[in-house]
Design a protein around this ligand. Structure first.
Ligand SMILES: CC(=O)N[C@H](C=O)[C@@H](O)[C@H](O)[C@H](O)CO
Ligand SMILES: CC(=O)C(=O)O
Length: 291
């Protein structure tokens, strides 16, 4: 499972002005992540990939393009979770056939599913695909909070190998780390990479690593080596940047910064809007100030 450790970019997906997939832009973004950001892997089809605004066909095409460009040079995780469980299974089979190292699925959201229903959702995907599964916990967006004992129930399924923990709850993170030393725990909030690494997470998956992967890797490595003071200064710099990005429109600004880094990452898909000229300028300024 070592291949699945380290810093993973939640892949940004390039769209044209009308919201169609921009294959060239996606390829450039994948290359940039591998060649320049030096990330250990890619998480394809996440929130950052604007996944929940896409058709099944678009989701498959993105899995195709990303894998074709990465060609197994780094670890590849496909987020296949969807409210339509049959779609999740179909996407899971598709990504497994393409050679994705593991699947991930967001906890089913919008409706108030019971834990039994959530467990059935994960077990169905792993049984049907025979691939490994990383639970995607992001209660801020899904409303689903799971306890240590519920994680324990999920983890009874040997194919459920870990969790992408996009939660601010460090107490729960520590309890999970302690309870499941052999499962993979990924830090989901880039702002909290250092603190999560001190708690001995196995890796991190995030949106800002598309543009700040090298520094993220430094924070991760320094913290693993116990060099917390050095890591904290880098985390402080990263957080100054992240704060500025969040204030300007997260995904749009990340794409604009990618342009400054030589990658034409296109636009976001509606209902997400386009940046007005002053925010485009602000994005360039963030790039100049922090990268
Ligand atoms: C909702 C979302 O985008 N979450 C990402 C990962 O889970 C993070 O990488 C954040 O984008 C990042 O930490 C900025 O807040
Ligand atoms: C990491 C995260 O943002 C994602 O799901 O894309």
């Amino acid at each position: 499972m070592d291949k699945l450790k380290g810093i993973f970019s939640a892949l940004l997906v390039a769209f044209d002005k009308d919201g169609n997939i921009d294959e060239k832009g996606i390829r450039e973004t994948v290359r940039h992540n591998i060649d320049n950001m030096k990330v250990d892997g890619l998480y394809v089809g996440g929130s950052t990939g604007e996944n929940f605004m896409l058709t099944t066909e678009d989701k498959k095409r993105i899995f195709d393009i990303a894998m074709d460009e990465a060609k197994g040079q780094i670890a590849m995780i496909a987020q296949v979770g969807a409210l339509d469980l049959r779609e999740a299974v179909e996407l899971g089979k598709y990504a497994t056939d393409l050679g994705y190292d593991a699947l991930s699925a967001v906890t089913p959201f919008y409706y108030k599913f019971t834990f039994e229903e959530i467990k059935n959702y994960y077990n169905t995907i792993t049984n049907e695909t025979n691939n490994k599964m990383i639970v995607y916990s992001i209660s801020l967006l899904t409303g689903v909070n799971m306890s240590v004992s519920q994680f324990a129930e999920l983890f009874e399924n040997k194919n459920i190998i870990g969790v992408k923990f996009t939660e601010g709850n460090f107490y729960l993170m520590e309890r999970l780390r302690h309870a499941f030393p052999d499962k993979l725990i990924y830090s989901g909030f880039d702002e909290m990479l250092l603190s999560a690494t001190v708690l001995n997470v196995d890796g991190a998956i995030g949106s800002t690593y598309n543009i700040n992967g090298v520094n993220a890797k430094k924070i991760f490595t320094l913290a693993k080596e116990g060099k917390v003071d050095e890591a904290r200064e880098l985390q402080r710099q990263a957080n100054d940047m992240i704060e500025a990005i969040l204030g300007n429109g997260l995904f749009q600004t990340l794409k604009e910064i990618l342009k400054c880094q030589g990658v034409d990452a296109g636009f976001c898909k509606e209902p997400l809007g386009k940046l007005p000229p002053e925010k485009v300028e602000r994005a360039k300024e963030i790039y100049r100030n922090y990268l």
